[in-house]
Design a protein around this ligand. Structure first.
Ligand code: CA
Length: 224
């Protein structure tokens, strides 16, 4: 999943970036309200972690504008402000959650996982895909109780397709999900094709993978 970290405190931004990267999130950092606006206009993130006190403006203003532009990302407000009005303001503008600084990183992660489960209507951490079961908490794939060993990137591609089941995801969307902001990395659609090929090969040793479809000229879809 992709995360935009809007935070002007360099140490905290770096700490968040490293922690979330280690938990398989692709992170982009914006240090000002202007940078945040530019990133949000450009990239469909899954999460936005939003500091309110930014050097060139108020995070709540950024949130209000992004919501007007039909922001789909889940938003967690991170702020030292403890004023009740700010919390209410943020939640009324459509933020999904609120953490007062200082907060613990595992708590942030637990809340992000809870939001993911709510958004995708998952009441159990395991999701079925064909004869397989994805465990989103332990990040394992099973077939008839047997674990199918996947690389981190293969798991990320597969879980993203399964969570957005029955929708065609383009190679660009899948690549952005895995590598984050492409401005730094360059875009090579062959990465995704190679991962899908490996996935089909690995999964095919256990059961049918017909549901993992190639949609010609468009991308891939988990038909479930
Ligand atoms: Ca700040």
């Amino acid at each position: 999943m992709t995360v935009l970290i809007v935070e002007d405190e360099r140490t905290l931004a770096r700490e968040l970036g490293i922690f979330l990267h280690n938990h398989n999130f692709a992170c982009t950092v914006a240090r000002t309200a202007a940078e945040a606006r530019a990133q949000l206009a450009d990239t469909p993130f899954d999460f936005v972690l939003l500091d309110l006190g930014l050097p060139d403006g108020d995070g709540l203003q950024v949130l209000a504008e992004a919501k007007q532009n039909e922001l789909t990302a889940a938003v967690i407000i991170l702020t030292a402000r403890s004023a009740v009005e700010d919390r209410i303001g943020g939640l009324e503008l459509g933020a999904d959650d609120y953490l007062a600084k200082p907060f613990s990183l595992p708590e942030l992660l637990a809340r992000m996982h809870a939001i993911t489960r709510r958004r995708f209507g998952l009441h159990k951490p395991r999701v079925a895909c064909g004869a397989f079961e994805l465990d989103l908490q332990t990040r394992q794939l099973f077939c008839a109780g047997q674990e199918v060993s996947l690389s981190v990137k293969e798991f990320n591609v597969l879980s993203y397709l399964v969570l957005h089941k029955n929708r065609v995801l383009t190679r660009l969307q899948l690549t952005e999900h895995i590598w984050g902001n492409l401005a730094d990395t360059g875009f090579d659609s062959n990465f995704i094709d190679a991962h899908i090929k490996n996935l089909r090969k690995k999964l095919g040793q256990y059961a049918d993978t017909d549901w993992l479809e190639t949609v010609r000229g468009m991308g891939y879809r988990a038909r479930l």
